[in-house]
Design a protein around this ligand. Structure first.
Ligand SMILES: C[S@@+](CC[C@H](N)C(=O)[O-])C[C@H]1O[C@@H](n2cnc3c(N)ncnc32)[C@H](O)[C@@H]1O
Length: 214
């Protein structure tokens, strides 16, 4: 059965409110009252917007929160593809964040409809904690990223304060998962990625990793 948070993602009104109202508050919440997640988020956006001829896959793109930043700097044959399984989110993405170089597609992050090693940048931001079986999504990300390409993930982490019963209970009620500190890294290690960096911001974590060139 879908969790409350999962059901919300298919709601048309929520998809319209998400980007401007929910997401900024939620992003700040990951820092546990601080602003480290917002600061990292700004740095991530500045990184995504850098000029280059890249193919970018944004898994669970939602209403296209990062689409403009990820697509704006693309040059040559660079392309952005946003993938999500919620029609409501995709409709909002196409309306609020139209992009010239690329498209939004409906699909399941567990079964990416793309050839292996076909993207230079593969992101999955603020989504893994909603997905009931999230670790196979990392395998799919590792499969579709090209040699020399990068994975960028933002999700939750079980920091010490999150071990408190209240945080665990809230996570349980909403269906949001709190990942163990090494859970993602362990799964990614099976794919022999290099330069794996984890940055923890409160109960949020950013992971950046590369597939080695052959
Ligand atoms: C909280 S939103 C995040 C949207 C965006 N990435 C952001 O950072 O603002 C999570 C998104 O994950 C999508 N999602 C959840 N499970 C998915 C799956 N199995 N395959 C594709 N998308 C999924 C939901 O539809 C929702 O749009």
């Amino acid at each position: 059965m879908a969790s409350p948070a999962e059901r919300l993602m298919h709601n048309r009104v929520f998809s319209q409110l998400y980007e401007r109202a929910w997401r900024p508050v939620f992003t700040r919440g990951f820092s546990l009252g601080g602003s480290s997640t917002l600061t990292y988020d700004r740095a991530l956006r500045a990184y995504l917007v850098r000029p280059g001829e890249r193919s970018v896959l944004d898994i669970a793109c939602g209403p296209g929160n990062y689409a403009q930043d990820a697509a704006r700097g693309l040059t040559g044959d660079g392309v952005y593809v946003g993938l999500d399984y919620s029609q409501a989110m995709l409709t909002q993405a196409a309306t609020a964040n139209p992009i010239e170089r690329g498209c939004f597609v409906r699909g399941d992050a567990h079964h990416l409809p793309f050839a292996s090693e076909s993207f230079d940048t593969v992101t999955c931001l603020a989504a893994l904690y909603l997905i009931p079986d999230p670790l196979p999504v990392l395998d799919e990300m590792a499969r579709v990223v090209a040699p020399g390409g990068e994975l960028i993930i933002f999700t939750s982490v079980r920091a010490s304060v999150a071990a408190l019963p209240g945080a665990a209970a809230l996570a349980g009620l909403t269906g949001l998962r709190l990942f163990g500190r090494t859970e993602l890294l362990t799964r990614l290690a099976a794919h022999e990625l290099t330069q794996v960096e984890q940055t923890i911001t409160g109960v949020g974590q950013y992971v950046h990793a590369r597939k080695p060139l052959r």
